[in-house]
Design a protein around this ligand. Sequence first.
Ligand SMILES: [Zn+2]
Length: 114
Amino acid sequence: MIYLSAVLEIILIDPEKRKRAIKCSECGLSYSAKDYKVLYDNKKLIFFKFKFPNRKTYKTFCHSCIVEYIHENFPFDKELPIKIITTKYEYVCKLYHSDGSDDTFGLSDTDLFK
Ligand SMILES: [Zn+2]
């Protein structure tokens, strides 16, 4: 059963704290912790952790797969409110889905990259 009365939470994997290599569970994209930090600092890549509200284990996703994954599992028309949790802040923002590739990130809040 899909339970959506709560806002979905996705956790940003902090490149400052990451020590091990990291891999997207969907597309297999993988980087060392050092490379992830470089890509993150250059605003190219963010990895997230996400779990279903009723499950215990997290899966790791790159920023493009997380949008697809949530869209597949929690179908929404245009936008879906989500919460992004970082080590310092929590952002409530909206997830957009589009088939065009202009908006590759698919998130309304680009302040994440501050
Ligand atoms: Zn991926």
